[in-house]
Design a protein around this ligand. Sequence first.
Ligand code: SF4
Length: 183
Amino acid sequence: MSQLDLRSGKLVIVAHCLLNPNTKVLGVARRSSALWPLLKAIEDHDCSIFQLPCPELGYYGYNRFWATVEQLDTPGFRRYCRKLATLALDSLVELARNGIRILALVGVEGSPSCAVGKTTSGSWRGDPHLAGETRKVSKPGVFMAELIQLMREAGLDAPALDIREKSPEEGIRQLRLILRGSA
Ligand code: SF4
């Protein structure tokens, strides 16, 4: 490779809205711009970022309501997520087989689509004014479930963690530990 090529060959896969909160459901964006401390952690470990698409923006649009994982887990949305995840995977496989190391997958805690470990559950349906309580459950959102499965099948397992957007410090600390361990 040319000595002018400075790539480190290391990357972190990141859920879309951690870099672009404009795609979030209206009313829940906790930042005006990218989550810079996350980017700083990635930069400090000389990694690049692979930004995933926002599945809810593409399927349900900008003016969607909040939702639980049960509401989004439909055959149609799952198929859409699998298609997006397959397209992402094609690029990830191509990078990996050319020596790029995928060091981590970062999701969004609570998201019915993009959580990797803890999503939001509740039996919401019908009149949104009557929506009851929700709770966090330990499972991935629809999109990340599809991506994680495809990555596993392709032999691209990577440590996965969620960022809690109201208090991202712990997630970023965990990511730093993972990246330090894979140096
Ligand atoms: S968590 Fe996923 S689906 Fe929700 S706004 Fe972020 S990228 Fe889009």
